[in-house]
Design a protein around this ligand. Structure first.
Ligand code: 16G
Ligand code: ZN
Length: 532
């Protein structure tokens, strides 16, 4: 019972332009929003089939282009546990998106047959979008894809990527013993804010935090969060304008702060010396903290600083709870992690390095009892393995101190969005640690000093000529280039550099760090010169 007629009818409403080619990469499909209509229709079809393949479990679809410019848009599928789409299906997504209009129905038929998808199974899809102007019509295209298969759709409206991931997990665990929370935005806020209240209760009042919402969907969601938190975390929102055209991610947001290494101009004159500020990205799954110090210098507390703060805190709690022997904490980073952060962490706990992209870090973090992963760009979370959750629940503390630490750990499992990086959940997590340690931004920053670093983009004729190994830290091709980089690095104190092809742009990226700012810059530009 393959619905040929429905597929052909709806697909004719969403024709693919002949000259366009799409690819499901690290960030799903992502390009100019106005050319994505056929892709969204086909993603709707694919999501519905993925659900059938998984016995009717709910699959998620998020329409966003994160930190990209406002005119871009994109789409990502979310698997039933709230995680990224299984890698094997990325190729199916690319295939379907690129089929010609004439062939689409046949290509789909073959896919259903080869993948042994039982069309009589139910299919359920929950979807959401960010605030981009192209989002509304792309949702309609997606819905037509669901209709073509007869899938049950649930529109989660305009919300953040992490809320959508949360919903997927909550829907699929409803009524089971792994129930993740109530399957609504309200449930998301309830769970997080309740855990936060418990974790900071009895601590001194938290000084006000400045939040830059990137003029994106983080703004309305942070506003709602404020209602749930009340006085426990006072914050002031900036860049909350989601209606003025062109505002999204423009001179603001986590990616701007990380790449420009300065605060959004809209915060000039706003930040008091030492005051904590943070920026979300366009879909609120990345977080950057920063502050202005006594000498008016800008200091960034990026994903590495967050990972070290959080990991050290968790390791302490595990030890205080008397669980050090049974619960092993580990950290996952990428090649972009500042060398100083890796050194700081490696003295305390195991640190692993994976290629760039959340799915790689996420899977590596699952190998630990408690896995903390963060990309330097501010995307990350903490994963508690199922057996660890059980231990935390069942462990009998033998002293009041153990009992307190255990209670904190259990509350942390509720505070953290374990499905994906979540700027708001991570922000609450940071605030909890600062409150417990009685750290200001200055003290947090002084845990270690970042090595000066520089990231350079190089446009090359063919970025596919660049192949890496060792978690992108070394090049295997073009041949001979790695040796030259190695030789060059040796001439700089603390010199480290690597080259990798971008997964999201047609460029090659060069990263370099060294003990001195001038040396890091020089190393980056010299390596960039060798790449070109
Ligand atoms: C995507 C990834 C992000 C990574 C970035 C690297 C996900 C959800 N997002 O945005 O984790 O840091 O790509 O981009 O995996 P690049 O390959 O262009 O450097
Ligand atoms: Zn994002």
């Amino acid at each position: 019972h393959f619905p040929h007629k429905e597929i052909e009818h709806y697909s004719s409403l969403h024709p693919k332009a002949r000259h366009l080619q799409f690819s499901y990469g690290t960030a799903g499909f992502r390009t100019l929003g106005v050319v994505l209509d056929s892709v969204l229709f086909r993603v709707g079809v694919l999501a519905a089939l993925r659900s059938k393949k998984l016995d009717g479990k709910t699959v998620g679809v998020m329409i966003t282009a994160s930190h990209n410019p406002e005119e871009d848009n994109g789409v990502k599928l979310v698997d039933p546990r709230g995680e990224m789409l299984e890698a094997a299906w990325e190729a199916h997504a690319t295939n379907l998106a690129n089929a010609s209009n004439e062939d689409f129905s046949d290509v789909l038929y073959d896919f259903v047959r080869d993948s042994r998808i039982d069309m009589s199974k139910p299919s359920r899809v929950v979807y959401a979008r960010d605030t981009r102007p192209t989002g509304e019509s792309l949702v309609k295209a997606l819905e037509d894809g669901l209709k073509a298969i007869g899938a049950e759709g649930r529109d989660a409206g305009i919300t953040t990527t992490p809320v959508l991931h949360y919903l997927v997990r909550a829907i699929n665990t409803k009524g089971t013993k792994e129930e993740y929370g109530e399957d609504s935005e309200d449930g998301y806020f309830q769970k997080m804010s309740e855990a936060f209240r418990k974790l900071v209760s009895g601590r001194p009042r938290i000084p006000p935090l400045v939040i830059d919402c990137a003029n994106g969907v983080g703004a309305p969601i942070a506003k709602k969060l404020a209602e749930y938190l009340g006085e426990t975390l006072p914050f002031v929102l900036y860049n909350t304008d989601t209606t003025t055209p062109g505002g999204l991610n423009n001179n603001c947001g986590a990616d701007y702060v990380k790449t420009q290494q300065k605060p959004p101009p809209s915060l000039n004159g706003v930040l008091q010396k030492g005051q904590r500020a943070c920026s979300l990205d366009g879909d609120a799954d990345r977080l950057m903290y920063y502050f202005i110090d006594e000498r008016n210098y800008f200091l960034m507390l990026d994903g590495d600083k967050i990972a070290t703060l959080v990991a050290a805190f968790i390791v302490d709690l595990v030890r205080l709870a008397g669980l050090a022997e049974q619960v092993k904490v580990g950290v996952v980073q990428t090649a972009y992690a500042n060398g100083a952060s890796t050194k700081y962490l490696a003295d305390k706990l195991p640190v692993r390095c994976t290629p760039t992209g959340v799915k790689h870090l996420h899977h590596a973090a699952e190998q630990f009892n408690i896995g903390v992963y963060f990309e330097a760009n501010g995307h990350g979370t903490v994963l508690f393995s199922p057996s660890t959750l059980e231990k935390l629940e069942k462990h009998e503390p033998s002293t009041p101190a153990q009992s307190t630490a255990l209670r904190h750990l259990n509350n942390l499992t509720q505070l953290v969005n374990q499905t994906v990086g979540d700027a708001l959940s991570d922000m609450l997590l940071v605030e909890v640690v600062l409150a417990h340690k009685a750290y200001s931004a200055i003290e947090w920053n002084s845990l270690y000093t970042d090595l000066p670093n520089r990231l350079v983009k190089v446009h090359v004729p063919n970025r596919n000529a660049f192949k890496t190994e060792d978690a992108e830290r070394r090049l295997v091709s073009p041949r001979g280039l790695q040796k030259k980089i190695d030789d060059l690095c040796k001439r700089y104190d603390g010199g480290r550099s690597f080259v990798r092809p971008s997964g999201t742009e047609d460029v090659v990226r060069v990263y370099a760090e060294a003990v001195l700012r001038s040396q890091a810059d020089e190393l980056a530009f010299r390596v960039a010169g060798m790449v070109y």
